[in-house]
Design a protein around this ligand. Structure first.
Ligand code: DGJ
Length: 534
C-alpha cells in the first residue's frame, strides 16, 4: 500500500507539469486557475508566522525563533529595513541578511523577507535618514487642500530610482548569499497606499491626473472588471467618475511597486508579492475610509495590469466576522491570483480561516506578531498567545507537502463555524457531509461558546476521506447514485501523517462513531474514513 501511495505521489508530481526538480528556484506554478508554491521542486504549504515590526534585529531574533519553534511553523516572515540596509546613500550593509540566513538554516526554517522600503503602512518611515533629510527631493503627497500627508508620492522619479537601486542590490546579494533558497519569497513594500488623502494633489500629480487614462487600462477586459462600459476613454474623471482619484492613486502606486519588483526579479527571480490593508469587502465604502491606492479588492484588476512583475497581491486579514473574511478569501483567491495570507490577527477567531484558505487552493497563511516583542513573556504565556495557530500547525506540518498538493489539485473542501453556529454541508459527489459545531460527550452535545469550529475534508477517493477538524462533529448522507441506500463506516481511523503515510493511532468505532459520526474536540485531529453502501 505504501509503495502504491509513493508511486501515486510521484505520478501526481509528474502530472503537475513535469516542472518539479530538486535544483529548481522557488516558484509559483499555475494550472487551470489553481496555484502551488514549489520549494526545492516540491509543493510547499507555508505554515508561517510574521515577526513584529521591530524584531528583525540580531538581539531580538532568539525570541523570534522561540516562537517559530513553539508554533510548529515552517516559515518565518521577517522585515528587512531600508534604513538599516542602506544607512548611507549607496553604502549597503547586509549583515542582518547574513544573520537571518544563517539562523534560519540552523533552525531549518524558510524565510519570506519583507522589504520595508518606500511604503510601510502607507507612510515612508523606513526610508533611510539621508532621504528623510531631503524632503523636497523625496516628497510626500499633498492633500486636496494643500495639507501635508504622511505618505510618499508615487510620482517622484528620484524616490523610484532610489528604491529600485536598493531593492535590486538586495536581490543581487541574495542570489549570491542564498544558493540553497532559504528565502522562498519576497514581499515588495508593506501595505502601500495613503491614509488621509485619496491621492496626491501636488502639481506634478494633478498634471498626470488630467492626462488620458493609459491604454493598458482601457482594454475591454480591464474596463469590464472595473465595471466601466467598454470603449470608455479620456481623462481619469471621465472614465472612472467618482472612483477616479482612487484608481489614479492605485495605478500610480502599482506602477511604482511593479517597477521595483521587476528590477529585483531581473537580479534574482524569487516569487514576489505585495500586501493589502483591506477595505470592508461587503459595503463598497468610499476610499476615504481605508488606505487608498493599495491592492484592495476593488482595484486588483488595476494592480494586475500595472504591476505584472508581482506574482500575487495578498490580503492582510484583521477584519472580523465570518461573512466578511470568507468574502475576502474569495476575492483574493482568483484564477489570476494565487491566494496567500501574509498577515492575520494572531487570535483564536482567525486561525480557522486557514482551513478555508486551503480549500481555495491557498499557498500559505501567516499570522502577525508571533514573538513576544520584548515583553518578557514566559514560555507558558507565549504558548498561550500562539496556541490558536500552534495546534493546527502541529497537525498540519508533518503533512504540509501533501496538503499543498491536495490544495493544488482542488481535493480539499472546508467549512468554518459562523457566528450563528449553524450546521453546514459539504458536497462530496456521492456523499454529503453535514458538519455540526460544538463538542460531544457520549450522546450529549454542547454548543461552542465562540464560533471557532472548523472541518476540512480531503477527498482521497469516491468513498474515502481525510477529515481534519476541531470543535465539531460530522456525519454523512448518501447522495447522487448512492441516494436512498443504507450505508455504514467501513473503517474510521484517528491518526497522523508522517513521510507521506497515514499512521493510525486507533480505529474509531462504537460510541466514537455511533452518535452522529466522528467528533472533533478542542485539539485538531486527523481522521481517515471510508464509507460503504449496503
Ligand atoms: C499591518 C502591517 O502590515 C504590519 O506591519 C503591522 O503594522 C500590523 N498591521 C500591526 O497590526
Amino acid at each position: 500500500m505504501r509503495i502504491i501511495k509513493a508511486i501515486f505521489l510521484c505520478l501526481a508530481l509528474v502530472w503537475c507539469g513535469n516542472v518539479f526538480s530538486q535544483t529548481a528556484m522557488p516558484k509559483i506554478i499555475e494550472k487551470d486557475g489553481r496555484y502551488a508554491l514549489l520549494v526545492d521542486g516540491k509543493p510547499f504549504l507555508m505554515l508561517g508566522g510574521q515577526a513584529h515590526n521591530s524584531s528583525g534585529w540580531p538581539g531580538m531574533m532568539p525570541g523570534v525563533w522561540r516562537s517559530v519553534k513553539l508554533m510548529h511553523a515552517n516559515t518565518l516572515e521577517v522585515p528587512i529595513y531600508w534604513e538599516q540596509i542602506e544607512p548611507q546613500h549607496g553604502k549597503f550593509d547586509f549583515s542582518i541578511v547574513d544573520t537571518l540566513l544563517t539562523q534560519a538554516r540552523q533552525h531549518k526554517i524558510r524565510l519570506v523577507l519583507l522589504w520595508f522600503g518606500t511604503w510601510k503602512n502607507g507612510s515612508s518611515h523606513y526610508m533611510p535618514g539621508w532621504m528623510k533629510m531631503e524632503p523636497s527631493k523625496y516628497p510626500n503627497i499633498t492633500g486636496k487642500n494643500g495639507q501635508p500627508i504622511d505618505s510618499p508620492s508615487p510620482h517622484i522619479k528620484a524616490t523610484l530610482d532610489a528604491d529600485i537601486n536598493a531593492f535590486s542590490t538586495v536581490m543581487r546579494y541574495l542570489k549570491k548569499a542564498d544558493p540553497q533558497h532559504t528565502v522562498i519569497m519576497m514581499q515588495v513594500e508593506n501595505e502601500s497606499g495613503s491614509w488621509g488623502s485619496v491621492r496626491d494633489y501636488s502639481a506634478i500629480a494633478q498634471k498626470l491626473f488630467e492626462e488620458p487614462v493609459p491604454a493598458e487600462l482601457l482594454k475591454p477586459e480591464v474596463l469590464k472588471a472595473l465595471n466601466v462600459p467598454a470603449g470608455s476613454e479620456g481623462t481619469w474623471s471621465k472614465v472612472f467618475g467618482d472612483r477616479a482619484d482612487e484608481y489614479f492613486q492605485a495605478w500610480s502606486i502599482a506602477r511604482f511597486v511593479g517597477l521595483v519588483a521587476a528590477a529585483g526579479k531581473k537580479e534574482y527571480p524569487l516569487p514576489m508579492y505585495t500586501n493589502a490593508a483591506l477595505r470592508d469587502p461587503l459595503t463598497n465604502p468610499p476610499a476615504t475610509n481605508y488606505e487608498s491606492g493599495g491592492p484592495t479588492d476593488n482595484v486588483i484588476p488595476i494592480w494586475k495590469v500595472a504591476a505584472p512583475a508581482l506574482d500575487l497581491v495578498a490580503p492582510d486579514i484583521y477584519l472580523s466576522g465570518s461573512e466578511r473574511i470568507l468574502k475576502v478569501i474569495g476575492l483574493y483567491g482568483r484564477s489570476d491570483n494565487a491566494l496567500f495570507v501574509p498577515e492575520a490577527g494572531l487570535s483564536s477567531d482567525k486561525s480557522r480561516y486557514l482551513y478555508d484558505v486551503l480549500a481555495h487552493g491557498g499557498i500559505g497563511f501567516s499570522p502577525f506578531g508571533i514573538d513576544d516583542n520584548g515583553r518578557g513573556l514566559t514560555e507558558t504565556e507565549l504558548k498561550e498567545d500562539i496556541k490558536p495557530f500552534a495546534s493546527d500547525y502541529e497537525v498540519l506540518s508533518p503533512m504540509a507537502s501533501e496538503m499543498a498538493l491536495w490544495a493544488f489539485e482542488g481535493k480539499i473542501k472546508a467549512v468554518v463555524e459562523h457566528e450563528d453556529h449553524a450546521n453546514q454541508t459539504i458536497d462530496l459527489g456521492e456523499w454529503q457531509a453535514v458538519v455540526t459545531f460544538g463538542t460531544r460527550q457520549g450522546g450529549e452535545k454542547f454548543q461552542n461558546k465562540e464560533p471557532h469550529g472548523k472541518m476540512m475534508i480531503v477527498q482521497l477517493g469516491e468513498n474515502k476521506f481525510m477529515l481534519i477538524g476541531s470543535l465539531c462533529h460530522i456525519t454523512f448522507h448518501p447522495t447522487g447514485k448512492n441516494t436512498g441506500k443504507a450505508w455504514q463506516y467501513l473503517k474510521t481511523e484517528e491518526g497522523s501523517y508522517h513521510n507521506g503515510t497515514f499512521k493510525p493511532l486507533r480505529i474509531l468505532n462504537g460510541d466514537e462513531t455511533d452518535w452522529g459520526g466522528p467528533a472533533f474536540g478542542v485539539k485538531p485531529t486527523v481522521v481517515q474514513t471510508s464509507l460503504i453502501t449496503r
